[in-house]
Design a protein around this ligand. Sequence first.
Ligand code: K1U
Ligand code: ZN
Length: 187
Amino acid sequence: MSILDIRVLGDPILREETKPVREITDAHRTLIDDMFATMHAAHGIGLAAPQVGRIERIAVVDVEGGGQPIALVNPEIVSFSSDTDKSEEGCLSIPDVFADVERPTRVVVRALDRHGQPIEIEASDLLARCLQHEIDHLHGKLFIDYLSVLKRRSALAKWAKTKDRYPAYVRRLTDEEVAEHHRDEEL
Ligand code: K1U
Ligand code: ZN
């Protein structure tokens, strides 16, 4: 498995609409495995294909307490609860920036799994939030788009101070982060 570079805010791919996957091939399954490895190495709970420079409609999530890791191909939210929660979000593509986002508490998501089998997930709380965040990525939307003008300005000001750490809008995980990931895999 490979650890992939993560694209950060400013890379136009993060604003693109992804393309539905017509037939799931071994190349897609390799991408899914690499996305899980990258997400775990970066200590994330989700990752969407545009974040690793790909335009396929694919995302992965692994939320503690949310059951097993889930790979989602062509996911769609088919229902949202009317009740909402406000909670802090981060994004692996906007490192060190966090803000409260209000979202529906529960969602139902339909997708295909890595073998092309249809799956339906009824999710609440952090899993529901993470699924919404990842499916937004697949439509070029970022959590900062939900913020008020003032909060978005403050998030972007924070980002402006750190973005120079990511030349060409690429976040390459450090050797230490990758080594830690390999150690965890061996346990
Ligand atoms: O898509 C991503 O950028 C991954 C993102 C997913 C996410 C985090 C929090 C709420 C919704 C979606 C992350 O994993 S950022 C990592 C992080 O800050 C975090 C990790 C565990 C719990 C909460 C946040
Ligand atoms: Zn994100």
